[in-house]
Design a protein around this ligand. Structure first.
Ligand SMILES: Nc1ncnc2c1ncn2[C@@H]1O[C@H](COP(=O)(O)OP(=O)(O)OP(=O)(O)O)[C@@H](O)[C@H]1O
Ligand SMILES: [Mg+2]
Length: 465
């Protein structure tokens, strides 16, 4: 985002100057505020309000340079322009040395003054964008950092730095939510292709025909609806990296075409006749067992050997519990920022539950639980009550509980009830149980169920509770 209508503050003890400057600049679309004493200016300035400040040098009480120094302590970003009396260039140069952006002499030439102000605004925008970009990069790096101190994660990190600098194809395997995408991102960031394009395609998210047009692109008229020529992901990733995410879900026909790209280092757009050279480093990830898919005839063995040059296994979270604490700290830091809360940590009891849980959804599940707890928690410590019910119950019970609930639904449907009616009845039972557990306190019940109080009341009315 850049500023368009900049806020400009003009400070001068001569009212006539304030008036004529304001008139000339307001015409340009700037929003102008004027102050006729430096003291008033200091009261008016707040961090981030003014983008440009124009001040006279000679004023009673405080000169323009002193004012600039004081304003700096309130707002470092505002760009400062000094007005000096005709013939005092030396002073003006000193001001620039002290950090003013520019100066103009009085009486001023309107066009020159406008130009200086326009440039000052541009300077502000540039600095603002740069700062924004730096903050974004830092935030991204912070949030994309691979956290982990376990032996398994150390091994993963070592493998990442070993393979990153080459063009070797890497296959990242692990259960859902273990951080495979993060591993791929880390390889790309540390690679010699880091500044090149990085393109990812989730092969499980799209139907087969769309995957092919996404990967290889198409020529105009290749099929109905192909109104323009489209470049595919392989072409877009030229001189960079492509991540074929969930490659285990790729159809056999597509696998054959991908194998061709790897072997020939060229792609053919759908409906095209000319192969196009591409220079792409391939990373692949999957939560499926490719060897098993090969046995079932669902994955090409030759493609497997091509992509499995290096294999990075990412262990499930339950096998590397040493990572729990640092991951929790990391997600608490992120959640604190998102919710504007100062979350200090996890209570001992809650930690015990987190440590004993077996994390079927791995790190993603942990992240969701911490972020969910952060939204609803009242104190600055995550307590047992902030954890979702499936964690609070002993794990054996949960499974049989689930099975009972499902078999109960199916039995009732077999018995002639409609699915909607059974589900609605189950919702009623859940709400009743939650109300009972919270001594009929509606706010607490709503919080437990993760819904708004209004929603709870609406549902209670529907269920005649
Ligand atoms: N070691 C880690 N450090 C920090 N965050 C992590 C780590 N591992 C996973 N995460 C976070 O967990 C979430 C899931 O990670 P990611 O998307 O990489 O998993 P995945 O293995 O690709 O899962 P899926 O197979 O479901 O696609 C992301 O938000 C990611 O930032
Ligand atoms: Mg993934």
């Amino acid at each position: 985002m850049t500023f368009k209508n900049h806020n400009i503050l003009i400070v001068d003890d001569e009212k006539a100057i304030l008036f004529s400057l304001k008139a000339a600049l307001a015409k340009e679309g700037y929003r102008i505020k004027t102050c006729d004493t430096p003291e008033e200016a200091l009261k008016t300035v707040e961090p981030g309000v003014f983008q440009v400040i124009i001040s006279d040098y000679n004023m009673p009480g405080m000169n323009g340079m002193e004012l600039m120094e004081k304003i700096r302590q309130i707002d470092k970003e505002a760009v400062f322009i000094l007005m000096t009396a005709y013939g005092s260039e030396k002073l003006a140069i000193e001001a620039v040395k002290a950090g003013a952006y520019d100066y103009f002499s009085k009486p001023f030439d309107i066009d020159e003054m406008r130009l200086i102000v326009a440039k000052a605004c541009e300077r502000f925008n540039l600095a603002y964008e740069k700062k924004n970009l730096q903050e974004r990069l830092q935030k991204e790096q912070e949030e994309n950092r691979l956290i982990g101190v376990s032996e398994q994660m150390e091994r993963v990190k070592n493998m990442i730095s070993t393979v990153a600098k080459s063009d070797i194809t890497v296959l990242i395997q692990g259960e859902s939510g273990t951080g495979k995408e993060l591993v791929a991102d880390a390889i790309q960031r540390q690679s010699l292709r880091a500044s090149g394009p990085y393109v990812a395609l989730n092969c499980a998210a799209l139907p087969e025909n769309l995957i092919e047009s996404e990967l290889f692109g198409y020529e105009k008229g290749a099929f109905t609806g192909a109104n323009t020529t489209k470049r595919g992901k392989f072409e877009l990733a030229n001189r960079g990296t492509i991540l074929l995410d969930e490659i285990g879900d790729m159809a056999l026909a597509t696998q054959a075409k991908v194998l061709r790209v790897i072997q020939e280092k060229e792609v053919e757009r759908l409906g095209g006749s000319k192969p196009i050279k591409v220079d792409v480093r391939i990373l692949a990830a999957t939560h499926k067992n490719l060897k098993q898919l090969i046995e079932q005839g669902l994955f090409r063995e030759d493609l497997f050997y091509r992509i499995n040059v290096v294999n990075i296994p990412v262990a499930p979270l339950r096998e590397r519990k040493a990572d729990l604490k640092p991951l929790i700290e990391h997600f608490i830091a992120i959640a604190s920022k998102k919710t504007n809360k100062n979350i200090k940590g996890v209570s001992e009891k809650a930690m015990e539950i987190l440590e004993n849980y077996d994390w079927p959804g791995n790190v993603r599940q942990l992240q969701n639980i911490i972020e969910g707890a952060a939204v609803f928690m009242k104190d600055d410590i995550i307590e047992v009550s902030n954890l979702p019910p499936e964690l609070r119950k002993p794990q054996g019970e949960e499974e049989t509980g689930e099975r009972n609930a499902c078999s109960e639904i199916i039995e009732r449907i077999k018995g002639g009830e409609a699915l909607d009616a059974v589900l609605s009845d189950l919702e009623k039972q859940v709400i009743e149980a939650a109300l009972k557990a919270n001594d009929s306190n509606q706010s607490k019940t709503a919080e437990m169920l993760g819904i708004k109080r209004g929603t709870l009341q609406y549902k209670m009315k529907n269920h005649n509770l």
